[in-house]
Design a protein around this ligand. Structure first.
Ligand code: ADP
Ligand code: MG
Ligand code: MG
Length: 898
């Protein structure tokens, strides 16, 4: 089986469909080469070799790989007309990582391999460009040192040692930009870099180009298991056995002078989704400079440049002089680039994110991939491509990452509050959203505040975890394609980048804007859509469903056969969910209604009552309140089905646990504090979640079920009088044996008949049960003889199947992920292997007695896409989730059916 796949010269061994084997970068380099895009020639070592390497180790692997790699290098040499390691005409190579899914900046790349003191001379003679060669050499040492020899920044307040040396030299030479270095400076850097490497690692950079190549290749394989990559993988749920491919490719040079450049571009706007080509470039630079935010790059298009200038408050004259676009500076190259981006997007039929390099007037494309984008852009691009006829409806829906919709469903800044807010400074709108929080200056301190804003000069891949925790990210340097911007967009996190007027001082943990200083802990707000940085907390408002998203959801409903309901306990939540397209309520938790100020009193009286009569008295007080709640919810849902669950939690959750509150209660109830205390103690349970709760309450205190049933039926009849026909679905929680259900059902039906007779009017209703105790799933055929519907309560079911207390898993889950005992949180995504079996059994058995039994799910899992797909496959009729997850579930349900 082939271990390497070649590309270049308009042909390739691989294709775009081989991402699993070649990684995304390798597969797309092959594909671009096939369709005639100029990519520097090279070859891809497969992801399988990465796994092989981790099994067999370095030496054995090199022996196996050597013939094929030598072949591959000869393939590059032939096309480039130079020879790897040759002292007169040396070929230089890059070694680039590339996993199945792009993990920007998470793994390593080494550029300019093949340089040593000898080949440097040869390359100078060949190119006649001494400056470029020394610049490449110092970059090589820097990258080799940090990637292969593992030199990391020594402390978090500093750059790594290399940057330190660069800064010092700049200061000494009194220059600002690294493009201003002259040959002598670069030579000095090479010398100092080598010394630093020796001092830090005790090793030297090998002179032998083949040694360099093997070491870099192994370093890339190792980076798959590096800390950053592992964190990123876990965050996205990518399995560790995917491995990374390695791409070995001829170098092309963007640092050969004023006719050379490097850049990154997007075929559409990754923030807004607008169909405009855009991107950034740096003259006389190598690729990593753009992403690392070393210099602030310039815009590729004139339009982009003008938009940027407006935000940066640069006037047109200055813009053209100092920051011209590529379109204006090198029009014919721009035109060529524009043609390629069009061709590539048309070929891939999705927004692309590309890297390019111009070497002395010749354009090369170095990478393309489906561009990371915000939720807003994701929707707009899918709808636009659909309208442009490039994709069909099904494809448009499959393009949506359901969880990403989350961003669109979160609050945005209130317009009035925005107008009044004081603008501290202006940056680039790198990733939209509204974020408010307290300033932190170090990524590993992002957890310090509940809401933090990470403020950095620039971010680096080490900061990933902190960026994920922070509510928003602000950088003083870097453009729209800087690390911060790209990662933030991928995470759907609000980000403002390149706010050049801010000066950040890590030592004093402060940020200066004009003559105002802001410290760690100060509140600021970021508007990721405009780039504004605002002082203090700025108020936010709820978003609405409209435009492209509404359109897409409507399309998706045509494909979705499984309905989406919501979990809502108040009319407000019910309304919000209905506006998001909920098809009914799958779970109303009645206990949430008892926590209001007046209500908790009546509830406590009920709990503290010593006799049935005492309880009934308190329940009579609760009845009208409960009825009113139900009326509100029924009214909000306007005749859509509403499932109401009877009282579920252990009673001790309602009683006061503090002495002062116990005293107050005693006074109100005219009993002694001691009596209150005794009752509280009596209610204490060792395992409340497995204790006196659910239908065990209704079966020991039937009067509670009676009251709740009465409230439901009276509310339904009251609405019927107003012309709204409701069909309540009454749900008995925590059933484990069929007898538990039958007794509750009897009470409900008796109350129904009593109320119907009293009012001389009827409504239709259903009585069903939750399936959340393993025994219920196992005996579902018996239960289905009586129950009219099932709703899987997967929170409790997961809790009981695993035997994990939901409230205590935090103590061991992190260790379980680390050790690979669990792949993910079973309370988030259904454990299909274990819990899933019980669901399957429950459905099969239930429908074996009642073939058309209505079945749904109302645990948290009902809003999680992979679980939704599972529910669909098991034949559920609906999923129910929290209001803000409803649009997510609608898309996921359609995707499951497509
Ligand atoms: P990442 O996956 O982190 O983006 P890449 O492998 O794409 O890493 O490389 C990092 C930078 O180096 C990119 O800007 C890329 O364009 C540049 N680069 C990689 N290979 C070459 C090459 N053969 N010639 C010129 N620049 C290169
Ligand atoms: Mg790249
Ligand atoms: Mg439950």
């Amino acid at each position: 089986k082939a271990r390497i796949f070649r590309f270049g010269n308009k042909t390739a061994d691989g294709t775009r469909d081989m991402k699993n084997l070649l990684g995304g970068k390798g597969a797309n380099l092959a594909e671009m080469s096939r369709i005639g895009i100029p990519v520097p020639p090279g070859f891809t070592i497969t992801t399988e070799v990465c796994t092989e390497y981790h099994q067999k180790g370095r030496e054995e692997l090199i022996e196996i790989l050597r013939p094929e790699v030598e072949d591959g290098v000869r393939h590059i040499e032939k096309i480039m007309g130079s020879t790897y390691g040759d002292k007169d005409n040396p070929l230089l190579l890059s070694v680039r990582s590339g996993a199945r899914k792009s993990m920007p900046g998470m793994m390593d790349t080494v550029l300019n391999l093949g340089l040593n003191d000898e080949t440097v001379e040869g390359l100078i003679k060949r190119s006649g460009n001494e400056r470029f060669v020394w610049d490449s050499y110092r970059r090589f040492i820097q990258m080799y040192g940090s990637v292969v020899l593992g030199m990391k920044p020594d402390n978090k307040e500093d750059n790594d040692g290399f940057e330190q040396i660069i800064e010092e030299l700049k200061e000494k030479r009194n220059i600002e930009l690294d493009t201003e270095f002259i040959v002598e400076d670069l030579k000095a850097l090479v010398r100092d870099f080598k010394a630093l490497v020796k001092k830090t690692t005790g090793e030297s950079i090998p002179d032998d180009p083949w040694e360099q190549l093997w070491n870099a290749t192994m370093a890339v394989f190792n980076s798959w298991n590096g800390k950053r990559a592992v964190y990123y993988r876990n965050m996205h749920g990518y399995p560790s056995d995917w491995g990374t491919a390695v791409n070995v490719q001829a170098m092309v040079f963007g640092n050969m002078g004023d006719n050379s450049a490097t850049g990154v571009c997007f075929t559409r706007d990754a923030g807004s989704g607008e169909n405009v080509f855009n991107g950034e470039y740096l003259m006389n630079a190598q690729g990593e400079d753009v992403v690392a935010g070393v210099r602030t790059p310039q815009q590729i298009t004139k339009l982009g440049s003008q938009r940027w200038a407006k935000l940066a408050r640069v006037d047109e004259k200055e813009r053209i002089e100092k920051y011209p676009s590529l379109e204006e500076l090198l029009p014919s190259l721009y035109k060529e680039l524009d043609e390629y981006q069009q061709k590539i997007e048309d070929h891939y039929r999705d927004m692309q994110d590309m890297e390019f390099t111009i070497q002395e007037g010749r354009l090369w494309i170095l990478q393309t991939r489906d561009g990371k984008r915000t939720g807003t852009a994701m929707i707009k691009i899918a709808v636009d491509l659909l309208k442009e006829g490039k994709i069909n409806e099904k494809e448009a829906i499959l393009r949506i990452e359901p969880m990403k919709l989350d961003e669109l469903l979160h609050p945005v800044f209130d317009k009035n509050a925005l107008e009044k807010a004081h603008v501290i400074a202006q940056g680039l709108p790198a990733s939209p959203g509204a974020a408010t929080g307290q300033i932190v200056f170090f990524a590993d301190e992002a957890y310090k505040f509940k809401n933090s804003i990470l403020v950095r000069t620039e971010t680096s891949p080490e900061d990933l975890e902190g960026m994920n925790i922070a509510k928003g990210i602000l950088t003083a340097r870097g453009g729209m394609t800087s690390h911060a911007a790209v990662v933030a967009r991928g995470m759907g996190k609000c980000c403002v980048s390149g706010a050049g007027s801010l000066s950040i001082d890590y030592k004093s943990r402060s940020m200066k804007a004009g003559d105002k200083v802001y410290h760690e802990g100060d509140w600021i707000s970021l508007n990721g859509s405009t780039g504004n940085i605002l002082e203090g907390k700025v108020a936010t408002v709820e978003p609405e469903l409209s435009g492209d998203l509404a359109e897409l959801l409507e399309i998706s409903d045509q494909f979705a056969s499984m309905k989406v309901r919501t979990n809502a306990d108040t009319p407000k939540d019910a309304l919000a969910a209905k506006n998001f397209g909920a098809n009914g309520i799958g779970l109303t938790r009645t206990e949430h209604m008892f926590f209001g100020h007046e209500r908790i009193k009546a509830m406590r009286e009920m709990i503290l009552a010593e006799t049935t009569n005492g309880r009934r008295r308190a329940l009579r007080e609760l009845l009208p309140m409960q009825r009113e709640d139900f009326e509100g919810i029924f009214e909000a849902m306007q005749g859509l089905p509403v499932t109401i669950r009877l009282l579920d939690p252990p009673l001790h959750e309602f009683v006061p646990h503090e002495l002062s509150q116990q005293k107050e209660l005693a006074k109100e109830m005219h009993i002694s504090v001691k009596q209150v205390k005794n009752k509280v103690d009596e209610l204490k349970e060792f395992n409340p979640m497995l204790g006196h709760r659910g239908c065990r309450l209704g079966n020991t205190y039937p009067e509670i079920t009676e009251m709740q049933a009465r409230a439901i039926f009276e509310a339904a009849l009251n609405l019927k009088e107003k012309g709204i026909i409701v069909k309540p679905e009454i749900m008995v929680p925590l059933v484990g044996t069929v007898k538990e259900f039958i007794l509750q059902e009897q009470i409900i039906r008796e109350v129904a008949e009593t109320v119907f007779t009293e009012r001389e009017s009827r409504v239709e209703y259903l009585v069903g049960t939750m399936i959340e105790i393993p025994r219920a799933a196992l005996t579902a055929d018996e239960i289905a003889k009586h129950a009219e519907f099932f709703s899987f309560g997967t929170n409790d079911l997961t809790q009981m199947v695993f035997g994990y207390s939901r409230d205590d898993v935090g103590k061991f889950l992190p260790v379980y992920y680390e050790k690979g005992i669990l792949g993910g949180d079973p309370f988030e995504a259904i454990d299909q292997e274990g819990v899933g079996q019980l669901i399957r059994i429950g459905i099969e058995k239930g429908r074996s007695t009642k073939p058309d039994l209505k079945i749904g799910i109302c645990g948290e899992h009902g809003g999680e896409p992979s679980s939704i797909e599972f529910c669909y496959k098991q034949g559920m009729n609906y999923v129910s989730c929290s209001p803000f997850r409803v649009p997510i579930a609608r898309i996921a349900s359609a995707q499951a059916a497509i």
